[in-house]
Design a protein. Sequence first.
Length: 131
Amino acid sequence: MDATDSELERVTKQQLANLYASLLTAARNGGRVFYSDIEGIVGLDHHKAQDRKVLGGLLAVISRAEVAQGRPMLSSVVWRKDINRIGPGFVPLAQQLGRIRSGRDEKAFELEELQATQEAWKPAVQPVAAR
């Protein structure tokens, strides 16, 4: 079930901007984050079902905006520690956005989308190591 607009309003624009910045940092560094790493940024607790719904809604807002700009789903950098996969709302959102076709291997898609996101956001110039 998706979060409603009124549920999403619990989060300030600054918190949403901070969440976006955190996801960008992970993507640019070629990494990923866990839900427990980002929940505090937006004042949520992933142990509460309602807060998980809101966090999923925020990640969907971010990914919809990214796909609208021709980029991969930025929420692909957010993973669950317990199952070492992206959360359950990711693939249905990817289907809505036309990022995955029906019958495709979902785990393979998650990894490919993560790699595409990291590639899209990696720094244009790599730092030169000191000699």
